[in-house]
Design a protein around this ligand. Structure first.
Ligand code: AMP
Length: 543
């Protein structure tokens, strides 16, 4: 007969992250640049107390275990209190991206059946318009103090956040329940079709927090000061609100002030050591520091993911500013961490240039995530760094189902990511494309990310996107859509010549078109679907 372990059974609950932070790092600061414009300071201890009061307030509003509570809010201490007050009390925290089209926001609220919506002051006009047509929403809570409450509004059940919290006494014990209970929901961006909900459990979220804080993952330590640029509505800010509580470090919340100048000021004034976000946001910050001849005094590491981080961006951060870039890959369905670019000990003797090449890839998987690449028939492909295949993953924080959709998304027990990738013999994965974005020229595949990375290293290029254009002979050929840096001059011919020697000649794009701006999705990724639509009638000079 097997012998059972004789250890305590304690469910992995989100509330335990916060109670740990409050008990062991209670005086560590949480600093927020508020929508109101000022800087607000609180601590993990204070956040824990106010989260308990918020849990009491939600019960008073009639919320019951399993009820969904929506948020339309930027990164800030009140949003943090909602994360914990909601999930900790057995409700489900549903973060919504306010940059989605209003009809998408309405669709998502209705699909999740949110009973309460918390909203930041500058997003209130959107909610005021949508809520009358959303019968599931019984209460709207405006995240502000009494003085900022609007006098004229049309909502019958509008509450003031601070009044709700202040009315409670905090005498509340975090409940204990099954660790597989739903803790939060995030919807995918839905650039094709309706958004789909990923429902995270307490268990998956706590395990993800452990793993993402590891030295070979985001390497989050109590001595760090972390500023998540990635919004709390984008896959729970990559779990940072949880992993920072787990290690008890200082957290700096930028609100909606995400332009280069505002970020730089906050990085310096709060002595930020670490950050995380998508490449587009870093373009803004790097432009600002370059234009003003600035340096960072404490900023040491940033995790970049959500889209491919161009190697030129990694080099600029490291060579010009001494900031280490950790390239990461993940997705909503993965809570989101999957792989990160970190070296192994056997790489320590390699020349800097070769190390850099390894770190440009999307990286190796953290414990808890397994991956494979398969061909069109589902056959596993070799890990040789050359063979491409559809990337599939499985693990403790990978979805098994989408919310409200019966059909399982899994293939043979694995989650098909929709990304195309190579994996090398050392287990380093490199994304070559979203499968929908692959450029198929005469039956051969060309990586749009590779084409973009080359031009992103050109001094006159601010941003570049590669898309497939129709070609009578090759079916598809790559074309580049480019935004120049302010004041920069460069021609189509110069950019095409820039590819010489950097990629196989036959992969060189057939055309370059300049535009003032590229379309982005609500999470800051290149909106390729829209781009392809814009250029669907484009006539290639080679056609
Ligand atoms: P989302 O669920 O909105 O976070 O989007 C996930 C998708 O973003 C992935 O399936 C990839 O296509 C893309 N993505 C995320 N991180 C990276 C990365 N480091 N390099 C390339 N693509 C990425």
């Amino acid at each position: 007969m097997s012998l059972m372990g004789q250890m305590m059974q304690m469910p992995l609950l989100i509330s335990s992250l916060l109670t740990h932070a409050a008990r062991h790092n209670g005086d560590t600061e949480i600093v927020s640049k508020r929508v109101e414009g000022d800087i607000h300071r609180t601590t993990w201890g204070e956040v824990e107390l106010r989260s308990r009061k918020l849990a009491q307030a939600l019960a008073r509003l009639g919320c019951e275990p399993g009820d969904r509570v929506g948020t339309l809010a930027w990164n800030g201490y009140r949003h943090l209190e909602i994360y914990y007050g909601v999930s900790g009390s057995g409700l489900v925290c549903h973060t919504i991206n306010p940059r989605l089209f209003p009809q998408q926001v309405a669709w998502i609220i209705n699909d999740a059946q949110d009973k309460v919506i918390f909203v930041d002051l500058n997003i209130f006009p959107l909610v005021e318009k949508l809520v009358p047509n959303l019968p599931c929403v019984k209460h709207v809570v405006l995240m502000c103090g009494r003085d900022d409450m609007p006098r004229d509004h049309s909502l019958p059940h509008l509450h003031c956040y601070e009044e709700l919290v202040e009315a409670e006494n905090g005498q509340y014990d975090w409940p204990t329940f099954d660790e597989n209970t739903a803790a939060s929901i995030c919807y995918t961006s839905g650039t094709t079709g309706n958004p789909k909900g990923a429902v995270y459990s307490h268990r998956s979220s706590v395990l993800h927090a452990f793993a993402s804080a590891l030295p070979d993952a985001m390497c989050i330590k109590a001595t760090d000061v972390i500023l998540p640029v990635v919004p709390m509505f984008h896959v729970n800010a990559w779990g940072i609100p949880y992993s920072t509580a787990l290690v008890g470090c200082k957290l700096v919340m930028p609100g909606h002030h995400l332009d280069g100048a505002s970020l730089y000021e906050l990085f310096e004034s709060e002595k930020v050591t670490m950050s995380a976000g998508v490449p587009t946001i870093w373009l803004g910050l790097l432009n600002h520091v370059k234009a003003n001849g600035l340096k960072f005094s404490t900023f040491k590491t940033t995790v970049i993911g959500g889209s491919a981080c161009p190697p030129s961006m990694i080099r600029t951060f490291e060579n010009d500013y001494g900031v280490e870039v950790v390239h990461a890959w993940g997705m909503t369905e993965l809570s989101p961490i999957g792989t990160l670019g970190r070296l192994k000990s056997k790489h320590s003797h390699l020349p800097a240039e070769e190390k850099q090449k390894i770190l440009e890839k999307q990286g190796k998987s953290v414990f808890g995530i397994d991956m494979r690449i398969v061909d069109g028939e589902g056959n596993p492909q070799p890990w040789n760094g050359v063979a491409t295949g559809d990337l599939e993953v499985r693990g403790h924080w990978v979805i098994s189902n989408y919310f409200n959709i019966d059909k399982s998304p899994l293939h043979d027990g694995w989650f098909p990511t929709g990304d195309v990738a190579t994996i090398d013999a050392d287990g380093y994965m490199q994304i070559t494309d979203r499968s929908k974005d692959v450029i198929k020229s005469g039956g051969e595949w060309i990586s749009s990310i590779e084409l973009e990375n080359v031009l992103m290293a050109h001094p006159a290029v601010h941003e570049a996107a590669a898309i497939a254009a129709h070609h009578p002979k090759w079916d598809e050929r790559p074309m580049m859509v480019v935004v120049k840096k302010p004041g920069a001059e460069v021609t189509r011919e110069e950019l095409l010549a820039f590819y010489k020697g950097k990629i196989p000649t036959w992969q060189t794009p057939d055309d370059v078109v300049f535009v003032d701006e590229l379309p982005h999705t609500a999470t800051g990724k290149l909106y390729k679907l829209k781009l392809r639509e814009m250029f669907k009638d484009h006539k290639l000079p080679t056609a």
